[in-house]
Design a protein around this ligand. Structure first.
Ligand SMILES: NC(=O)c1ccc[n+]([C@@H]2O[C@H](COP(=O)([O-])OP(=O)(O)OC[C@H]3O[C@@H](n4cnc5c(N)ncnc54)[C@H](O)[C@@H]3O)[C@@H](O)[C@H]2O)c1
Length: 275
């Protein structure tokens, strides 16, 4: 019997936690730009009884995304998608953050949305960071939501002179992810599939550890110390939300973003984390 097919981008901690929670018994194609990462995570999963196959790919490249989709389709129709690939403000320059986190995610949602199976479901990982940025004008939100992916990086609001620093690039990329989820879920819905985002707060992973050791390290350590939960989260806690979204219990949820941040955003607006 053919297994259901799950496409996972980003062989990192959050992707792996979700794939382990919802991917048992499925064929998992696990993509990452870093060949070592996808091989290592695929081996950990294979050693634990999962059917995970590594695939070297670059989320910032449409041809590479299409090649990964074609690989996954060799095993059948794609029923599940998890996008946990990304770079953080301390890991990459502005251009890479926009190309990977903003443009790449937009292309992935579009391309998978063309082929997702009936009853299928996708989750992309945005960030609490997108919630801390000031409101955008309604027209700016709309441009992020519906501008054709190939034109996104030419938008005036995304031109290098209008992006202050890598944190700003990351915030706007993550805001864009959530707007794209809203726009793309309509097309996914026409195929009988659902699409949502999860916006995590500080989750201990190599990406977060780079932030702790980067120029904003004290800011992040203060953030989790003073948020209502008083600690950072774990990738497995993010997987709890994904499990709901990707199950029958989540059948009425699509086009949404779920914030899971230990209350850090609430505290940033109305509590001790106010700037
Ligand atoms: N960890 C956190 O605190 C946190 C908080 C909010 C959002 N996020 C988001 O969660 C997602 C997953 O991050 P994580 O914390 O699991 O980090 P991680 O470092 O464990 O995994 C990220 C993976 O993405 C891969 N990657 C980077 N650029 C790529 C590209 N161009 N193409 C394909 N793969 C690429 C990396 O090689 C890495 O394996 C990211 O989008 C991140 O922005 C993380």
């Amino acid at each position: 019997m053919n297994k259901e097919v799950m496409l996972v981008t980003g062989a990192g901690q959050i992707s792996m936690a979700i794939a382990r929670r919802v991917g048992f018994g499925k064929k998992i194609v696990l993509g990452d730009k870093n060949r070592q990462n996808c091989r290592t995570i695929a081996k950990i999963m294979t050693d634990a009884g999962f059917d995970a196959e590594p695939f070297e790919m670059d989320l910032s490249d449409r041809a590479s995304i299409k090649a990964m989709i074609a690989k996954a389709q060799e095993y059948g129709e794609i029923k599940y998608m998890v996008n946990g690939a990304g770079v953080s403000p301390s890991q990459a320059p502005i251009e890479s953050i926009l190309k990977v986190d903003l443009y790449g995610t937009a292309v992935l949602l579009e391309e998978v949305g063309k082929v997702i199976a009936k009853g299928g479901c996708g989750v992309t990982i945005s960030s609490q960071s997108g919630w801390r940025m000031a409101q955008l004008a309604a027209e700016e939100d709309r441009l992020l939501a519906v501008t054709p992916a190939e034109e996104l990086l030419s938008l005036k609001m995304l031109r290098p002179e209008n992006i202050k620093d890598t944190l700003h690039a990351y915030q706007i990329a993550k805001r864009c992810n959530e707007k794209r989820v809203m726009a793309e879920c309509i097309k996914w819905g026409e195929r009988g599939a659902r699409l949502n985002a999860i916006a995590p707060g500080i989750i201990v992973t190599p990406l977060a550890i780079d932030e702790f050791n980067g120029p904003r390290g004290d800011f992040y350590k203060n953030m989790f110390a003073k948020c209502p939960a008083g600690r950072p989260g774990t990738a497995d806690e993010v997987a709890n939300v994904a499990a709901l979204l990707m199950s029958e219990a989540g059948a009425f949820i699509t086009g949404s973003t779920f914030l899971i941040d230990g209350g850090a955003t609430a505290s940033y607006f109305y509590g001790p984390l106010q700037p």
